[in-house]
Write a protein that binds this ligand. Sequence first.
Ligand code: SF4
Ligand code: SF4
Length: 133
Amino acid sequence: MSPALGVMLKSGPPKPIAVAIKITGDCIDCNACPPECPNTAIYETGVEWSLSDGTSLKGSVALMDGTVVEATALQSPLSTTVCYIVPDKCTECQGFHEEPQCVSVCPVDACVPDEMYRETVEQLMSKKEKLHI
Ligand code: SF4
Ligand code: SF4
């Protein structure tokens, strides 16, 4: 048995990996995508964001980078030049839609995978459950 197969049999088949979505500089700020996001993860250019916008999150919440913030606290915009996606709120639409809605509606293909945030489908579903208790 090859070592690789041995590892696979011990740990099971590899889990599917999904990634969060980001918006590139190709965005023309048409604002078609923010209303389509089931997690309110997309914000218009320069607008402050919060974890509690469009979610059930309350109290202190740990972000993916370990920072703890109040769910209702307004956070600085992640972009002042184009619309942006908050990675902590993006679940790649898992549990809501078959495909990322922002990708589907964008007329200029500005919504692309964000390789900085690789999560399993299981992790994304768990995130979705936490966002919408
Ligand atoms: S992939 Fe889905 S959850 Fe993520 S930002 Fe786009 S619409 Fe929102
Ligand atoms: S749909 Fe595309 S072009 Fe329009 S705001 Fe969203 S990312 Fe930008």
